[in-house]
Design a protein around this ligand. Structure first.
Ligand code: SF4
Length: 432
């Protein structure tokens, strides 16, 4: 049974043509090799600046974004990353750098800030093969997270966010990361947990593209044989773990799945606190007013709130009489102030939590994606899910999942002989 009723959480108003985020991939090259990565690592797989401008044109024409996630690959491997951030900012969009942080030195961060960078999201987890950090768990990696957060705070004016892929064998470390985030609420503004997904070659589905059986070995996101077989985690699993560290945790906004209106594909929460202290979470109404107000004032929904808002916990409490989440926060905070008025001088910080539950394949083979996917990118001139772009590169079309006839009887039938193996080869009509 789900721990949260989706009807009590605000369904974010984002849609395909009016979405606060778009996902730009200026490169497919990366300097790490993460187990949960969706992208083929292509050396020198950089897009030219004019191609990047074309992608931005498409985003602005079809998407109405507030911010552009500049991802990859690792975007810092692109030799023109400063020009790319400049190009995004010049259009009045918020550039958000999604990087593993390996190449991020303070002078480069200052330069990126100078040309308009608004936020940086570091992807850090324990299955990246990161030099100097191999074999470290999520708890030990908090030392690296803190180091990077301090650099961002020193440069100033940039929202600092961390995301990590959560695997079944790292789920138990989520509470420690949540506690670490509370201890650093003044320098860490967003924490994102992304649930690991892979295509299982030994699983209950056959894979087809263009009507033909395909060999999924050519896409990077597969699990087979000696690799651990993972159970698909759900947002509920992470919610339970977050609550171990912070029992006040309560989501305020969500996006459902395209095939399951009750599923939580993107789950958003925002807590108010001081270093090491959580005062509680805003309610759905707060998120609704924030999104609608931003759209009224700017014509766009809000992706990343500006850095100054994240320090505005105290003035935002003025809305407590009309917002139940804020009312609870105000009560707990007032109790502390009565005990020790000195806490007033520390202000109140806002920290967002996000859980992303990528594709779910339902038993009948339907694929439930994030409804109103915020991470759409451009492939061949059109908007596509960035998490499945490799399927287009490999097969020219998205893969369909068909339950194996033996899946319910538990008997193992032979896999149909794959007919598409090479990247980019589509069956000709006579193949079909
Ligand atoms: S469907 Fe979109 S939002 Fe969901 S995991 Fe894939 S790319 Fe991300």
């Amino acid at each position: 049974m789900k721990s949260i009723d989706h009807r009590r959480v605000y369904r974010l108003p984002w849609s395909l043509p009016d979405n606060p985020v778009a996902w730009l991939e200026p490169t497919s090259q990366c300097n790490l090799s993460c187990e949960g990565c969706y992208r083929e690592n292509v050396k020198d797989g950089h897009l030219a600046l004019d191609e990047i401008e074309r992608h931005l044109d498409i985003f602005q024409r079809d998407r109405n974004p507030d911010g552009i996630s500049i991802a990859g690959g690792d975007p810092l491997t692109h030799p023109q990353i400063v020009e790319i951030v400049t190009a995004v900012a010049r259009r009045g969009l918020k550039p958000i750098l999604n990087t593993n942080g390996v190449k991020l030195e303070e002078p480069l961060l200052r330069e990126l800030r100078r040309v308009g960078l608004k936020a940086v999201t570091f992807h850090i987890d324990s299955k990246q093969g990161r030099k100097g950090w191999r074999g470290k768990n999520e708890i030990e990696l908090c030392a690296l997270r803190e180091q990077l957060a301090r650099t961002v705070a020193k440069v100033g004016g940039i929202t600092c966010s961390f995301n990590q892929t959560v695997y079944p064998d790292t789920l138990d470390q989520v509470p420690d990361v949540v506690r670490w985030a509370a201890d650093n609420i003044d320098i860490v503004q967003v924490v994102v947990f992304i649930l690991y997904r892979s295509a299982r070659l030994d699983g209950p589905f056959h894979y087809f593209a263009g009507g033909k059986n395909v060999d999924m070995q050519v896409v990077p996101y597969i699990t087979e044989g000696t690799k651990a077989v993972y159970k698909d985690l759900k947002a509920d699993d992470v919610i339970a773990k977050i609550r171990e560290a912070d029992p006040l945790y309560a989501p305020a906004g969500y996006l459902n799945g395209t095939e399951d209106p009750t599923s939580f594909k993107w789950t958003l929460a925002a807590r108010f606190g001081q270093r090491g202290k959580s005062y509680g979470y805003v309610g759905p109404r707060f998120m609704e007013v924030g999104q609608a107000g931003h759209h009224l004032l700017t014509g766009r929904y809000m992706g990343y709130s500006p850095r100054w808002i994240q320090r505005m916990g105290l003035p935002l409490l003025a809305a407590a009489p009309i917002e139940p989440g804020l009312k609870g926060i105000a009560k707990r905070f007032a109790r502390d102030v009565v005990r020790n008025p000195f806490v007033l001088t520390k202000g109140l910080h806002v920290q967002a939590f996000m859980i992303i539950q990528p594709i779910d394949v339902l038993p009948d083979g339907r694929q439930s994606m994030c409804d109103s996917c915020p991470d759409m990118t451009v492939y061949d001139g059109r908007l596509v899910w960035s998490c499945r772009m490799e399927e287009l590169r490999c097969f020219g079309t998205f893969v369909q999942t068909v339950p194996r006839p033996d899946a319910t009887t538990k008997k193992k039938a032979a896999r149909p002989e794959p007919t598409i193996r090479a990247r980019g080869t589509l069956p000709t009509p006579t193949d079909a």
